[in-house]
Design a protein around this ligand. Structure first.
Ligand code: BTN
Length: 233
């Protein structure tokens, strides 16, 4: 992997350079980090977070569907048995989000190939001394309470090992079973979030394609392939 002290965004760094398939970049600071839905992901106090991205080239579009979820599962596994996934791929410890994942891909529809896909993970490695900013203090958590010797390198190595294991072994249904076991939402009331607002639903299950099956309050059901939910804490 490439280690950088500071970068605008580890995802952009890989997207803009000419790097080999499988290159990973890890940074201690981001100055223009990106979260999902256009949010920023870089305001962590210096040294508290770890930013990691992995690049893939030329994959069939049909093969890339589960990759972000595989990344979520590998992230959860790298944190140990207690880590859970909030569908689709936020990683939580004790119901607090400790890692977020942003996938960015560019496609060539003619060849049916993905030109490049970048999986970026933000790890809240250590609890900031001053706590998390007020806007996220009720939902954000840290992996470790205090800095650990070599803590971030160990996290990065654990993640990459779990990721390559999951990427190169097992069938999609083995993967779905492991992904389902880590999921926090199943059997709970959730809010399904969309640009139109939030809709209360009951999360029934995660299917073999890692879609979330929900039942809304009017009795209708849906199979969600992408999107975002929030949990009642
Ligand atoms: C989320 O909003 O939950 C996703 C956050 C993803 C942040 C990571 S940090 C490493 C990579 N580089 C970025 O600019 N964003 C992702």
């Amino acid at each position: 992997w490439i280690h950088l002290d500071e970068v605008a965004s580890t995802n952009d760094y890989l997207k803009q350079g000419d790097f080999a398939d499988g290159t990973a970049v890890i940074a201690d600071r981001q100055t223009a980090g990106k979260g999902r839905q256009g949010k920023s992901w870089s305001e962590a106090p210096v040294g508290q977070a770890m930013y990691l991205s992995v690049l893939f080239h030329s994959m069939k579009i049909s093969d890339m569907g589960l990759l972000p979820l595989l990344c979520g599962l590998a992230t959860a596994r790298s944190l140990g048995a207690a880590a859970r996934i909030k569908w689709p791929n936020d990683v939580l410890l004790g119901e607090k989000k400790v890692c977020g994942i942003l996938t960015e891909a560019s496609f060539d529809l003619e060849s049916g190939l993905v030109d490049s896909i970048v999986l970026g993970i933000g790890f809240n490695a250590y609890l900031p001394r001053e706590g998390f900013p007020p806007g996220i203090a009720h939902t954000a958590g840290a992996i470790f309470e205090a800095a650990q010797p070599d803590g971030k390198n160990r996290l990065a190595a654990a993640f990459l090992n779990h990721f390559w294991d999951a990427y190169s072994q097992g069938t999609p249904s083995d993967f779905a079973a492991r992904y389902r076991r880590r999921n926090l939402a199943i059997g709970r009331e959730v809010q399904v979030l969309s640009p139109m607002g939030a809709k209360t639903a009951f999360a029934l299950d995660v299917d073999d394609d890692c879609h979330l099956l929900v039942r809304y309050q009017d009795g209708s059901t849906a199979q969600l392939a992408s999107g975002e939910i929030s949990l009642q804490l």
